[in-house]
Design a protein around this ligand. Structure first.
Ligand code: ZN
Length: 172
């Protein structure tokens, strides 16, 4: 098994109060968990990949959600508590799934990765749909229970069940 840690959407607009689409106080609880995951992955030599929402100003997604994570703005930046290091990959995305319209799959294959360990937000949106595409492409998926969250707690729990029961992800 070769595993990569995938950190999803830990950007200013979602993670910090005052951000354009603040995900809520549970974000504060997952940050230290993700810090520990980053330390663990660095010691283990696992590739670390950050997926970041990164929208054009008139992105179609803004028909559903208020504008957020606009290219080049502070809101689209990874929060300093989880700052990437030189060797890490940062992959911008415009859709829920980190695989859609990005080079995530190529990047993982180049690193011989077969297992993704997911942390970040939101459990029921970008985590869920990235996990679904990962499973379609044949990757094993682990989701760190205390390292994911959502603005909608019920949807968070529903998504964890869906990840485990339908997608065959391992909840750790
Ligand atoms: Zn978005």
């Amino acid at each position: 098994m070769k595993r990569a840690l995938v950190v999803i959407d830990m950007i200013e607009d979602f993670a910090h109060e005052g951000g354009a689409l603040y995900c809520g106080p549970s974000m504060g609880r997952i940050i230290p968990v993700i810090q520990r995951e980053l330390e663990r992955a660095r010691v283990a030599g696992e590739p670390i990949i950050y997926l970041t929402d990164n929208h054009v100003p008139d992105d179609a997604e803004f028909k559903m959600f208020p504008p957020h994570a606009i290219v080049g703005t502070k809101g689209a930046e990874i929060i300093p508590e989880l700052a990437p290091e030189e060797a890490d990959d940062v992959i911008p995305k415009r859709r829920f799934s980190g695989f859609f319209g990005t080079d995530l799959d190529i990047t993982l294959r180049e690193r011989d990765v077969d297992t993704l360990r997911l942390v970040g937000d939101c459990t029921n949106i970008c985590v869920l749909y990235t996990a679904a595409d990962a499973r379609n492409l044949g990757y094993a998926v682990e989701v760190v229970r205390d390292g994911v969250t959502s603005f909608d707690e019920e949807a968070h729990h529903d998504a964890l069940r869906e990840l485990e029961k339908t997608l065959g992800a391992k909840i750790v």
